[in-house]
Write a protein that binds this ligand. Structure first.
Ligand code: ADP
Ligand code: MG
Length: 208
């Protein structure tokens, strides 16, 4: 499928489904190095997003992303709501009024999302946050696009790299977010926001 409005809507639905499937796992990850609410937060947020998407009508992927942003910011508390909300808001701005994303547009969207998270949360790669998954995804997407891959393959490269990026948080000490209060005790645990980022990007591939 082309990365068009129907894809963006299907991405939203598949994201809600995968977050629901992995809610308990995300709660457990966040209980280990945070306060245990990450799975519930995102599940509530993406349910609200699906309701809003069901109730609306959309002409572009960017319009879908704007609705995702608005709903996440208003329904997901904590760190993740504003961070993911900013990611989708910046993604929407990068998508503009295009009706379909080609490989370069997709790289621009993912880059804008990552940069939005970074500007909001001030985390760098290696701080054991969702930035580790987002940045790995952006780098892989840019490499795939530069090699001439089409948008579906670029997206798949991004999602695969996000998994590796999430795994890369396991041995790290956290320097941002609640996990940073734990010092060495965070070592050996995966960052929940990096893991949920990997699930969100996988849902985008499954929709394509
Ligand atoms: P809270 O920490 O407020 O309970 P969540 O549990 O929903 O919020 O989300 C925690 C996730 O948010 C972390 O796993 C991490 O990926 C991400 N996070 C927290 N602080 C930052 C930050 N400053 N920059 C980027 N990501 C962050
Ligand atoms: Mg939490």
């Amino acid at each position: 499928m082309a990365l068009d409005t129907a894809w963006a809507i299907d991405w939203v639905r598949r994201t809600a489904a995968t977050i629901d499937d992995h809610r308990a796992e995300l709660v457990t990850l966040d209980r280990e190095i945070g306060d245990g609410d990450h799975g519930e937060n995102l599940d509530r947020g993406f349910r609200a997003v699906v309701e809003a998407v069901d109730a609306g009508s959309f002409d572009t992927p960017g319009a879908v992303f704007t609705t995702v942003a608005t709903k996440l910011i208003s329904t997901v508390g904590g760190a993740a709501g504003p961070l993911f909300g900013t990611a989708y808001l910046k993604a929407a701005q990068a998508a503009g009024d295009a009706t379909e994303l080609d490989a370069d547009a997709l790289v621009a969207v993912l880059t804008a999302a990552r940069d939005g998270v970074v500007s909001r949360g001030k985390a760098e790669v290696g701080d054991k946050t969702m930035v580790d998954a987002w940045s790995a995804a952006v780098d892989a997407a840019a490499t795939a696009a530069a090699a001439g891959e089409g948008p579906e393959r670029v997206l798949e490269a991004a999602a695969d790299a996000a998994v590796t990026g999430a795994e890369s948080t396991d041995p790290l000490v956290a320097r941002k977010g609640r996990a940073s209060y734990l010092g060495d005790r965070a070592v050996g645990h995966r960052d929940p926001g990096a893991q949920s980022t990997a699930y969100i990007l996988r849902a985008a591939v499954d929709a394509a």
